[in-house]
Design a protein around this ligand. Structure first.
Ligand SMILES: Nc1ncnc2c1ncn2[C@@H]1O[C@H](COP(=O)(O)OP(=O)(O)OP(=O)(O)O)[C@@H](O)[C@H]1O
Ligand SMILES: [Mg+2]
Length: 234
């Protein structure tokens, strides 16, 4: 579904991502793992057209999308939920959701979409008219995810969805992401909670200094000695 070949991302003289090749198959949850500064967000941003691709190619559903503006990439069904949650605190939960579906003009279709999403995110049901500022961290993350889904993406890019959340809430968010897989979304996921993400992921890539260090099935990565030592702290 997604194929990244020899991707390079630069910030001026800084080579943030080099020679990254990765694939995401329809229906998979694929994890990007790595320390701070490893290049995870840069890869996500390059895929969705927010950062320019210095070299390499990105193909999506068989077509090249390298260098397309981000709105064209969203139109094709790739939606990124960025790091840091970025919900609109002064708007209500419902208004935040409507913004996620702003390209759909038909109000009835939007309302149907909200109804469908509330089945996945029941915790937002009673909060629809509350301001974004009143949500807890976990609820704000659920809203950011739900808002991303309003655009009916085929491929979801999730950048550290559990950042800053309490451990129990992290588990809720990851369970929810796992349940999205059953709803036939395909997911590329950046996570610092290595062990927990590898439990829900199908495959993973371990990055270091902008390069891929390891790639394997999630189960294999969980068992991998290097990963166990450097990230799982055993
Ligand atoms: N806008 C920018 N300008 C300059 N350098 C940047 C910029 N964004 C990222 N970088 C650099 O690129 C490298 C990769 O950053 P990136 O944000 O992709 O890492 P990351 O793996 O997402 O890290 P984190 O886990 O901290 O989110 C880092 O060295 C970072 O300092
Ligand atoms: Mg990042």
């Amino acid at each position: 579904m997604l194929e990244v070949d020899h991707l390079e991302v630069r910030y001026g003289k800084i080579l943030a991502v080099q020679d990254i090749s990765l694939q995401v198959t329809q229906g998979e949850i694929v994890a990007l793992i790595g320390a701070n500064g490893a290049g995870k967000s840069s890869i996500m941003k390059a895929i969705c057209g927010i950062e320019p691709v210095a070299s390499g190619q990105i193909h999506y559903l068989g077509e090249e999308i390298t260098g397309l503006p981000s709105h064209k990439i969203i139109q094709r069904g790739i939606v990124q939920v960025p790091e840091g949650r970025l919900i609109f605190k002064g708007l209500t939960v419902r208004e935040n959701l409507l913004l996620g579906g702003h390209r759909t003009r038909n109000r009835g279709a939007l309302e149907e979409e909200i109804t469908r999403l509330l089945e996945i995110f029941p915790m937002l049901q009673n909060r629809l008219n509350d301001p974004g500022s009143s949500l807890s961290g976990g609820q704000a993350q659920m809203l950011a995810l739900a808002r991303g889904l309003m655009a009916r993406p085929k491929l979801l890019l999730l950048d550290e969805p559990s950042l800053g959340l309490a451990p129990l809430v992290v588990q809720d968010v990851l369970e929810l992401i796992k349940s999205l897989k059953k709803q036939s979304f395909t997911i590329l996921l950046v996570e610092q909670n290595v062990r927990q993400v590898l439990v829900i992921a199908d495959r993973g890539y371990v990055l270091e200094g902008g390069r891929i260090l390891l790639e394997d099935k999630a189960q294999q990565l969980l068992n991998h000695e290097l990963l166990v030592h450097s990230y799982l702290g055993i």
